[in-house]
Design a binder for this molecule. Sequence first.
Ligand code: MN
Length: 291
Amino acid sequence: MKKFVGIIENQQRHWVGDGFPVRSLFSYHGDTEAISPFLLFDYAGPWNFDPKQGQPRGVGQHPHRGFETVTIVYDGEVSHRDSTGSGGTIGAGDVQWMTAGSGILHEEYHSPGYSKTGGPFRMVQLWVNLPAKDKGTPPAYQALTAAMIPTVTFDGGKARIIAGTFADTRGPARTFTPVNLWDVRLNAEADTVLPLPAGHTSLIAVLSGHVTIGPRAAGEGVGEGEIARLSTNGEGVHIRANGDAMLLVLTGEPIDEPVVGHGPFVMNTEAEIHEAILDFNAGRFGQMAPA
Ligand code: MN
């Protein structure tokens, strides 16, 4: 069984553009080995936006290189457009899995429809690293709609499998290294073992509710906005819910390579960061079609 290692948290909120009130629960500025292959976990909301006329709130054109961004929407709607010509609007239950790879430009806004009505807003953006050999992969985009994401029910709750495998159910995301990403809902008083694989970095983010992780005699409590870091060793984790709980479970095979990040670029060396900045300034990240 996996052991509880510690809590990762950050109560400080900042705004990404004017659309995303974010807590960066972890980022590549911290202990990158502890979170590998993940780089960043931005928890936006829960928030309530007032209706807005005109230009929706969000963040305009910006680059990424060297990793993947995964956007999971719980409430509200996000519209995205990028320099590959891809884009679309995702709402509750949908996921965008964008491979920045060699370089992409994109913009992320509230959808025009959601912007006009306002209302509850909650999403997660996760950055997943690419191994050095795949950092130059062409940019790509997977739109994973709610209908494509299978649900597994188990005693005490259910899990939507976005990536990886839970029991015999496989999620739709194509990943470069082994990754599990599960949207898990536990019923009040659930007492269960989630089948996390041995050898994976294992993180359980509590988005609402409160859970206890570990053996009954010596469990550790984890509350809203906190991430429990578990041991890489061991298989499965014992978890109990103290009321209904919503979790985002992430596991992945660690990528044992240096991480050098600078804003929207995450590479393996300072020289590669310098190159990314030069390439971006020279317009070598492609071009977005006019709005
Ligand atoms: Mn972005």
